[in-house]
Structures are given as C-alpha cells and as structure tokens.
Design a protein around this ligand. Sequence first.
Ligand SMILES: CC(C)(COP(=O)(O)OP(=O)(O)OC[C@H]1O[C@@H](n2cnc3c(N)ncnc32)[C@H](O)[C@@H]1OP(=O)(O)O)[C@@H](O)C(=O)NCCC(=O)NCCS
Length: 195
Amino acid sequence: MLEDLTASGVIRKLYAWETALLKAHFLRLDADARHGRFAAGVSDATVSAYADKALGPDAIVHGFFVDGVLRGAAELRLMPAHTGEVAVSVEEDWRLTGVGSALFGRLLLTARNRGLTDLVMTCLPSNRAMQRLAARFEGRITYASGDSHARVAARPATPLSLWRELWRDSAAAAETVVERQIGLIRRAPGWSGAR
Ligand SMILES: CC(C)(COP(=O)(O)OP(=O)(O)OC[C@H]1O[C@@H](n2cnc3c(N)ncnc32)[C@H](O)[C@@H]1OP(=O)(O)O)[C@@H](O)C(=O)NCCC(=O)NCCS
C-alpha cells in the first residue's frame, strides 16, 4: 500500500455544509502554498469565493482532520467525458509526514470508483513538493514538458477498489466519533491527562 502516514489525524470526505472548514484551511495556507495550490498569488477574497463553491455536487473532497480542524484537503472535481480536475493542499506543520500522499491516494481511489480515467492537475514546474509526491504514484502521472498541467491516469474500478472506498469511509466515520469523544473527555472539568 502506498500510504505511510505518520501524522495522527483522521482522513474523511467533507460534507457539503463544511465550506467554512475548507475556507479556513485555504486561508491558513502561506503565500507559497497558495501559489502552489492555485498556480498564482490569490487574495483572501478570491480564496474565499473559490471555497464557497468548492463543495458543490460536482466535487468530492477528502480532508485531513486534527482535533476537528481541517489541515489538508484533496479535491476531485468531476468533469464531462470521464475526466476530472484534482488538487492537494496541506498546511505547513503537517507536511512531510505522508498527509499529502495519503490524501492523494484516497482521491485516486475515489476517481477510479467513479469511472474517471483522465485527471488533470495544475502544478507549476517549480513545485518540487508536488512533483515528488506525484513520483510516488509512478506510472499514473505524466507531465507535458514545460507545462503546468499534469495528467493523471486512474485505473479502472474493481470490486476490491469499491470495497476499499466503502471500508475507508466506514473506518473514518468510526474514527471521527472516537476523536470527538476524546475531545469531549479532554475538555471535561477535572480531566488531567493519563492517570
Ligand atoms: C504538495 C504538498 C501537498 C505535499 O504534501 P506533504 O504532506 O508534504 O506530502 P508527503 O509528506 O506525502 O510527501 C510526498 C513527497 O513529497 C516530498 N516533499 C514534500 N515537500 C517537499 C518539498 N518542499 N521539497 C521537496 N520534496 C518535498 C516528500 O519528501 C515526499 O517525497 P518522498 O516520498 O520521495 O520522500 C504540500 O507541500 C502542499 O500543500 N503544498 C502547497 C499546495 C500545492 O502546491 N499543491 C500542489 C498543487 S495542486
């Protein structure tokens, strides 16, 4: 399996009503990360306007949550003719711990299970981090020379890939409940850590 996530947190799909979480995540990205994600320097207003529409019916977004705060996102936008557009962003303190790769793996699994075969990712040629991440999925990502767009080929769905998505969604739901309960216990009066 191509996931060595060492950061602790929960990866799950975002719900349509979680726009505020996604917006806050985008707004926390530093200038370089925003430039990498949007292939341009974008203002807070532009980022907010984008986030307002990002969880529409044409999108499936996976998020990486730590204590209920969204620290990373992998966006899949469904387009006509079995194509899609993809993007990944991880906040600085959670990078280099496998979060980007884990999110990208979930995104590819979801894409193949939706019958998407051809995905496009905007990625500046100077974006070493994303290119290294992409290299981990060797054989499925190609760059046209000098272009800022990468093409990602998703494999066809199988009964196993469908089962894996279902299993991961179920596991994430259970993890979310446990994480919330731990959060409630920690905030309870008189809680003083491990005894
Ligand atoms: C690209 C990005 C998502 C990677 O996230 P991440 O959580 O650090 O990724 P991972 O920990 O899974 O690392 C994946 C690979 O990238 C490499 N990498 C990560 N950051 C790097 C950097 N700044 N320079 C060089 N390589 C880097 C890792 O070493 C790893 O490679 P390896 O397996 O060969 O060691 C993150 O840097 C980011 O959010 N950047 C800003 C947004 C962006 O540019 N998005 C891409 C365009 S949509």
